[in-house]
Design a protein around this ligand. Structure first.
Ligand SMILES: NC(=O)c1ccc[n+]([C@@H]2O[C@H](COP(=O)([O-])OP(=O)(O)OC[C@H]3O[C@@H](n4cnc5c(N)ncnc54)[C@H](O)[C@@H]3O)[C@@H](O)[C@H]2O)c1
Length: 257
């Protein structure tokens, strides 16, 4: 298991077709896990899984809407069919960038949009957890990792209130689920990244556009996916087996929680 702490494990990463989820999937695969890339964007999910396969990993893509119970059940059935087990769930999919949020004054958020954000970003996590827990219970071991955001500790005055509301709920969901399934050997934790820019040419531009964001960090530089993947790897692996119900902020020390 040296260097491959997740050898023999199977991980589902939702929203792994793009962005942070794609980076999490790559890291868990490098850790030795078999990976299910579950994304609403079928083409992106298939491209991500093909990339992992080309790098020597076992990976499949399953087009999934985490807000749809039937789709989530099909995702887990597909994972069990391919790999026979699910040990790790990374609840990463969200209405955020690829499926964009409606920005603007808090009072102008369309009701249907607010409901959809809660549906995907909160209830979707519950649907996925509910679907994987029976298999984890069978082996009395499992890891659920939920993505929140460091923004929840600061709030956002007038923009993206629906997103911050949903991401705040993820903390309570994490704690309550950790208590509910702890007796079954299932650990549930939360990662709260700061604003993370995709690695590459855009990152410097994005940082330049928001210098105040960098100033508030104790480590005052742009955050990239590589800054977050290690925490997800740690929470997925055996070194964190006595940690549950926790939220780890990964934002360069802007928020100290
Ligand atoms: N990037 C950041 O700055 C940042 C900061 C804090 C927290 N986060 C959180 O990290 C996670 C990933 O963020 P990101 O920047 O990579 O976002 P992103 O928008 O780039 O990626 C989200 C992924 O989820 C997928 N998705 C959307 N709705 C879905 C659904 N209903 N079912 C299945 N898949 C769906 C999208 O297709 C996409 O691949 C999110 O939970 C986000 O809230 C991101």
């Amino acid at each position: 298991m040296d260097g491959h702490p997740l050898q023999g494990r199977c991980a589902i990463v939702t929203g792994a077709g793009h962005g942070l989820g794609r980076a999490f999937a790559a890291r868990l695969a490098a850790d030795g896990a078999q990976v299910v890339v579950a994304d609403l964007d079928r083409a992106a999910g298939e491209a991500a899984a093909a990339e992992l396969g080309a790098a020597g990993a076992s990976a499949i893509a399953l087009a999934t809407d985490v807000g749809d119970p039937a789709s989530v059940e099909a995702m887990v059935a597909g994972a069990l069919g391919a790999f026979g087990r699910v040990d790790i769930l990374v609840n990463n999919a969200a209405v955020f960038q690829r499926v964009p949020l409606v920005d603007g004054d808090f009072a102008s958020i369309p009701l249907e949009h607010f409901e959809h954000v809660l549906r995907v970003n909160v209830i979707g996590m519950w649907l996925c957890a509910r679907a994987v827990v029976p298999d984890m219970r069978r082996r009395a071991y499992g890891k659920v990792i939920n993505l929140s955001s460091a923004t929840v500790f600061k709030g956002a005055a007038s923009t993206l209130l629906q997103y911050v509301t949903a991401k705040s709920a993820v903390l309570g969901f994490t704690r309550s689920l950790a208590r509910a399934v702890g007796p079954d050997g299932i650990r549930v934790n939360c990662v709260a990244p700061g604003r993370t820019d995709a690695a590459g040419p855009g990152a410097a531009d994005a940082a330049a556009a928001r210098p105040e964001r960098l100033r508030e960090r104790a480590i005052a530089r742009v955050e990239v996916p590589a800054d977050v993947v290690g925490t997800v790897s740690f929470l997925a692996g055996p070194d964190s087996d006595f940690i549950t119900g926790q939220t780890i902020v990964v934002d360069g020390g802007a928020v100290m929680h």
